[in-house]
Design a protein around this ligand. Structure first.
Ligand SMILES: NC(=O)c1ccc[n+]([C@@H]2O[C@H](COP(=O)([O-])OP(=O)(O)OC[C@H]3O[C@@H](n4cnc5c(N)ncnc54)[C@H](O)[C@@H]3O)[C@@H](O)[C@H]2O)c1
Length: 353
C-alpha cells in the first residue's frame, strides 16, 4: 500500500482564513506516517511556521497543480478556475451536487482529468450524519450578530475576531433592554451554537425544532424580538414567515437572522427576502415601521477562523487517519460518480483506485 500524501492547499478567496487542518493535527498526521505538504497562504489564521514545526513540508501557494499524482489535495472552498483538467483527488466543499451554478463545469474538469471530488458535505457516517461541519460556529455567530444589531452595536464591515472578544461584546451593558429570542432548528449544530451565544448575551431563547413547527404558531413566532433560523431543510415545509407576516401590526419581531440562507431554493423557509447580506453590509432593513432588520450571511464561521478551524480539524482528523480504508470516503467517491452521472458528464478513465 502506498503511503498517504496529503497536500493542504492555499484558499483562493481572500477573506477565507480558515483551514481544515490546524497545526497540532498536522503533527498528529505526520507522527502517524502521513506525508503532509502545506502550501504557504498569507491569510490562513495559522502561520506556515507552525506547520513546518509540526513536520510538514512547505510548498508555494497554488503548487498543488504539480503535486505528485497520488497526493490528496485538501482545502475548504472553491478551486481556482485553472487548470481545466483536474487529475488529483480533492477534498473540499464543492457545492456541486445540487445543480448549483458552475456545478457541471467543476465536475467536468474532474472527469476530463481523471481526478475526483471527495466533497466534505457528503462525508457522512452510515446513518447519513455529517462527520465534519462548521454549523455550531455559524449558529453562534448568527445569534451574536443578531444580538449586536438588536442592541444597535453592530459595526460594519465585519472583521474576523476571537470568541473571547465576541463574548465580551455580547455581555449586557447598563441600559440594555431585555429582549426575547427564538431559535428554530434549536436541536441541530447551528441551533446549539445560537443558544450558547444568546446565553452569553444574558437571554434564554425559546427553542423550536421539528415538533414545534409541525403546526406552526406564527403569532407566537412574531411575538419574539429576535429570531434565528438554523434549520436544515430537506423537504419543503410551509414558510415560517411570509410577506404579510412582516406587515402584521402585532409583530414584535425586530431582528431576523437566517443562518440557513436557502434564499432562492424551493426549500427556503424564509421567502421574505431575495438576496443574502455580507460582511460589508451585514444587516438590511426589510420593514420600516416598525423596523425589521435581516442578517443573512452565508460564510459566518469565517468570522471566527481559529475556533471554527480547530473544531473542524478535530472532527476531520480521525477520518484523514483512516483515509485508505474508511467507508465514509468510499461513500464520498460513490456520491461523486453519481453526481457526474446525474449531470450526464461522461467520465474518462478514473486515475485512482
Ligand atoms: N450561514 C452560514 O455561514 C452557514 C454555515 C454552516 C451551515 N449553515 C447552514 O445552517 C443550516 C443548519 O446546519 P446544521 O449543521 O446546524 O444542521 P443540523 O442538521 O445539525 O441541524 C438542523 C436542525 O434543523 C431541524 N429542522 C429541520 N427542518 C426543520 C423544520 N421544518 N422545523 C424545525 N426544525 C427543523 C433539524 O431537526 C435539526 O435539529 C444548514 O442549512 C447549513 O447549510 C450556514
Amino acid at each position: 500500500m502506498t503511503e498517504l500524501h496529503l497536500w493542504l492547499r492555499h484558499e483562493v478567496r481572500s477573506t477565507e482564513r480558515r483551514t481544515p487542518i490546524v497545526p497540532p493535527d498536522a503533527r498528529r498526521l505526520v507522527d502517524s506516517g502521513v506525508t503532509l505538504t502545506v502550501e504557504e497562504s498569507p491569510q490562513r489564521i495559522f502561520p506556515i511556521e507552525e506547520y513546518e514545526a509540526a513536520g510538514a513540508r512547505v510548498a508555494p501557494a497554488g503548487s498543488w497543480v504539480s503535486a505528485p499524482d497520488d497526493a490528496v489535495v485538501v482545502g475548504l472552498k472553491e478551486l481556482p478556475d485553472a487548470p481545466d483538467r483536474l487529475t488529483h483527488r480533492h477534498v473540499f466543499f464543492g457545492h456541486a451536487y445540487k445543480r448549483q451554478p458552475g456545478a457541471a463545469g467543476l465536475l467536468g474538469r474532474f472527469a476530463a482529468g481523471g481526478g475526483a471530488l471527495l466533497d466534505l458535505e457528503y462525508l457522512v457516517d452510515e446513518d447519513g450524519r455529517r462527520l465534519a461541519a462548521f454549523g455550531f460556529w455559524a449558529g453562534y455567530l448568527g445569534a451574536a450578530l443578531a444580538v449586536l444589531r438588536h442592541r444597535g452595536r453592530l459595526k460594519a464591515p465585519l472583521v474576523p475576531t476571537a470568541k473571547e472578544e465576541l463574548d465580551e461584546r455580547l455581555r449586557p451593558a447598563a441600559g440594555d433592554e431585555e429582549f426575547t429570542a427564538l431559535v428554530i432548528g434549536a436541536l441541530g449544530r447551528s441551533g446549539r451554537g445560537a443558544r450558547v451565544a444568546f446565553a452569553a448575551a444574558g437571554t434564554e431563547p425559546t427553542c423550536w425544532d421539528l415538533a414545534e413547527t409541525r403546526d406552526l404558531d406564527r403569532p407566537a413566532l412574531l411575538a419574539h424580538d429576535v429570531m434565528v433560523n438554523a434549520v436544515l431543510a430537506t423537504t419543503p415545509v410551509p414558510p415560517f414567515l411570509r410577506d404579510e407576516d412582516l406587515d402584521d401590526p402585532a409583530r414584535r419581531l425586530r431582528t431576523l437572522c437566517d443562518v440557513t440562507c436557502d434564499v432562492g431554493s424551493p426549500l427556503n423557509v424564509l421567502p421574505v427576502y431575495d438576496r443574502t447580506t455580507d460582511w460589508t453590509e451585514p444587516a438590511r432593513r426589510l420593514r420600516e415601521d416598525p423596523p425589521l432588520d435581516l442578517i443573512a450571511i452565508d460564510n459566518l464561521p469565517s468570522l471566527l477562523p481559529k475556533e471554527s478551524s480547530t473544531d473542524f480539524s478535530a472532527a476531520l482528523l480521525p477520518q484523514l487517519l483512516d483515509f485508505a480504508t474508511g467507508a465514509p470516503w468510499a461513500r464520498c467517491l460513490d456520491r461523486f460518480h453519481q453526481a457526474c452521472r446525474e449531470l450526464g458528464i461522461a467520465e474518462g478513465e478514473f486515475r485512482h483506485v
